[in-house]
Ligand binder design. Structure first.
Ligand SMILES: C[S@@+](CC[C@H](N)C(=O)[O-])C[C@H]1O[C@@H](n2cnc3c(N)ncnc32)[C@H](O)[C@@H]1O
Length: 472
């Protein structure tokens, strides 16, 4: 702190320096250092720093702004002028041991959590990948409730939660289970969850273990009726790693038990998500969109899987598993419910029932179809209103000649009838059907199942398929 610097300002400067030091893996960052020189103009480093500062300070900083302000001192001064307060940094932040790896990524993410968030609703790491800002709390609350409702629908009693993170699911579920084991390879997350649990006796049956996902199945000889991997698979290095985790998890699963793989990034929809984010206004040139898509692909490379690929990998465990892909629920249009999906793998499941009626959907009225359905109905290849337009735009961008604009491509896409999944659930339930909606094998198209009664879980069985058993 310089003699004339106000303490608020100095604290903000320290916060900026802490984030830069951690991401850059160096201890010698000073208030007058230029970011562009320190990071060598590396875009993915800039994205990471921007995201962490936004999370920690609750700001809406952009990568451009980060480069433009240049030094911690100037950035802190600009943030201070916007009324942004410095967060308390409890411990001295140091560069993560595995700064460039996924584990280091998560340690850093959790260290720079927003200090104003409650321990039991700590959404550190949940970021909009376009704006690089933390997802709004109301979106995250809906996302969490939808996820918990899906898990509860499986009626778990004994849960192994691999990659439990800050316990968003654990804190909402564990009290109603007889046993709950959370595992995560972030020591910061494990400590935070343990601290929050320690205060309460209702969690005596809960353990949180610091371990890699591949070790999770070897930690005890216990068995579970649910193994949960929610929003974790995308961080695995490759499909061999995933196969190893699944093989271990299946050994810990009771017959009839389920493995829920949540929030899987869909390879089919990933390009559409990127194109949509890059497309912007109608006058954006298509070449610019392609360039932006390339850049975003270079700075973010999650493990992407289609439902069929996941089903095939589950088959390599050698276990008798059925696979039911389901779209995510939620009315707020986040990238999680538009471009990702869940998969329920059931051990030793009965063969899937056949529906009374099965149709390709061409825009027929769902009202009328349901009114004439007595038992069960499956509609195949139905455009999903939440992502089908983005899929078509991505296809058009792919095929467009140089020099065209996004507006020209949009104008060339004729309207196609589609369904909104949330409205379809509502309609089905109102007419006393269970409803299940799963991604099909065609990008942007879903399969929709209805079954008389109110049982969504039983209805989802209409969309189940056996994983082709094979050993790798
Ligand atoms: C997006 S968070 C999801 C947390 C939690 N499952 C939820 O749904 O709120 C991903 C978590 O997975 C953990 N993780 C990622 N890869 C892992 C691995 N290979 N082994 C153990 N944990 C892992 C990260 O540390 C992080 O806490």
């Amino acid at each position: 702190m310089t003699p004339e610097q106000d303490p608020e300002q100095a604290a903000l400067e320290q916060a900026v320096i802490a984030v830069w030091s951690d991401v850059l893996g160096r201890d010698d960052v000073g208030p007058a250092d230029e970011f562009g020189e320190l990071c060598g103009a590396d875009l993915s480093t800039a994205v990471r720093v921007t995201t962490l500062l936004n999370q920690l300070l609750g700001t809406g900083l952009t990568v451009m702004k980060l480069f433009a302000e240049g030094t911690p001192r100037r950035l802190a001064s600009t943030l201070g002028a916007l009324g942004i307060a410095a967060p308390p940094l409890a411990t001295r932040h140091r560069a993560a041991d595995d700064a460039g790896g996924v584990q280091g990524y998560w340690e850093t993410t959790y260290r720079f959590r927003n200090p104003h968030q409650q321990d039991r609703f700590n959404t550190a790491g949940w970021t909009d990948s376009t704006s690089l800002t933390s997802l709004p709390e109301k979106y995250m609350r809906e996302w969490t409730e939808c996820t918990v409702a899906r898990v509860r629908g499986l009626e778990p009693r004994r849960v192994l939660d691999i990659g439990c993170g800050t316990g968003l699911i654990l804190f909402r579920l564990a009290a109603d289970c007889e046993r709950y084991v959370g595992v995560d390879f972030s020591s910061v997350a494990v400590e935070q969850v343990r601290d929050a649990l320690a205060a309460e006796h209702e969690y005596d049956h809960v353990d949180v273990v610091h371990a890699d996902a591949r070790q999770a199945a070897r930690l005890t000889a216990e068995t579970y009726d649910l193994v949960l991997l929610n929003s974790v698979v995308q961080y695995f290095p490759d499909t061999d790693y995933l196969a190893e985790v699944l093989t271990g998890a299946v050994r810990r699963l009771e017959s009839g038990g389920t493995l829920l793989l949540g929030d899987i990034r869909d390879r089919h929809l990933h390009q559409a998500m990127r194109v949509e984010a890059a497309a912007g206004h109608d006058d954006t040139p298509v070449d610019l969109v392609r360039l932006a898509v390339e850049q975003s692909a270079a700075s973010d490379s999650p493990l992407l899987l289609t439902p069929s690929e996941l089903c095939r990998i589950a088959g390599t465990t050698g276990a008798d598993l059925s696979c039911t892909p389901l779209v995510r629920r939620g009315s707020h249009p986040t990238e999680m419910n538009r471009f990702r999906y869940d998969v329920v793998l059931t051990l030793d499941d009965e063969p899937a029932p056949r529906p009374d009626t099965e149709l390709r959907w061409h825009g027929q009225s769902l009202d009328q179809l349901l009114d004439s359905t007595g038992g069960s109905l499956v509609l195949r290849q139905v455009p999903d209103a939440r992502n089908f337009p983005a899929v078509r735009l991505a296809e058009a961008v792919d095929a467009a000649p140089a020099g065209s604009t996004v507006g020209e491509l949009r104008a060339g896409l004729r309207p196609v009838p589609s369904i909104d999944p949330e409205e379809t659930w509502e309609l089905g339930h109102r007419k006393e059907f269970g409803v299940a909606i799963g991604p099909s094998d065609v990008p942007g198209l879903v399969d929709v199942a209805f079954h008389r009664g109110h049982d969504d879980r039983a209805t989802a069985r209409l969309l189940a398929r056996k994983c082709p058993q094979q050993s790798e």
